[in-house]
Design a protein around this ligand. Sequence first.
Ligand SMILES: [Zn+2]
Length: 322
Amino acid sequence: MLTVNQLRCTISVLFLFFPFSAYPWGFFAHERINRLAVFGLPPEMMLLYKANLDYITKHATDPDKRRYMVPAEGPRHFIDIDLLDSPPYRQVPRSWNEAVTRYSADSLNRYGILPWHLEKMLALLTKAFREKDKQHILRLSAELGHYLADAHVPLHACSNHNGQFSNQHGIHGLWESRIPELLADETFDYWTGKAYYIASPREYIWQIITLSGKEADSVLRIEKELSNKFPAGRRFAYESRNGALVRTYADDYTKTYAKLLNNMVERKMRSAISAVAAAWYTCWVNAGQPPLSDLADNSPAPADSLDHLAPLQLRWMEEHCK
Ligand SMILES: [Zn+2]
């Protein structure tokens, strides 16, 4: 067990080393996206998902926690599509086997495998519905929600993912954590309508990736232009979090950037919510719309048995506190 001091140390270290959040979409946005997607589901599905709303929300971030311990996890969260092709990226094989033949599995693991991993997750969730395996349905739904949300982040479809090639280090967290945390609950319109059926999942996934890849240029260019107008003293602010002084993007700078992006972050977050609901719904329909009422009626699986990542998270925290 961690002592209180170790825990404090861990939290401070995390903020010091990852002042702009190291997590894609930030924990805040991932949790919001999964949670809100539940409310677009039809009543037959809502029975199960609403009864497990906290699980679906809390476990939205599991894949990011796993990244630090499982080497195979990292490439599932992104694709450096600009290194493979230029928009609309038609040269990149949509089938995994063809992509491996063209680039090799090793190269793909360096460029990222997000679109192909999404297809796999859809197949796994459909299978879980067919088998009416409640534990798998919940876990795979939470994790599919995560990867789909990642696919909506332009910097996850770009090799310059944290502005490291253009002297914009930190832009990743500005876009996906700072803006949502500052503005989402206050100003974003979260209602995205009812879940729809995805007729061609592969095409759908690649549409999302293509759009994100194209948008990455604006995300970087607009911040670059804005940073030239704001002296560093007005770009950043310091705030105290858990006893540590943390540098963050200033409110004014963050809001101005969000506005110049023409509310892109809100648009993408809404689009992610709607895509997550649609993906869950599509898997359920493709599994033959199995009734879920008996799964929802049984008492939920004990949190501990579902919390398969607890030991991994603990190890991650311990390693960062040595
Ligand atoms: Zn991720």
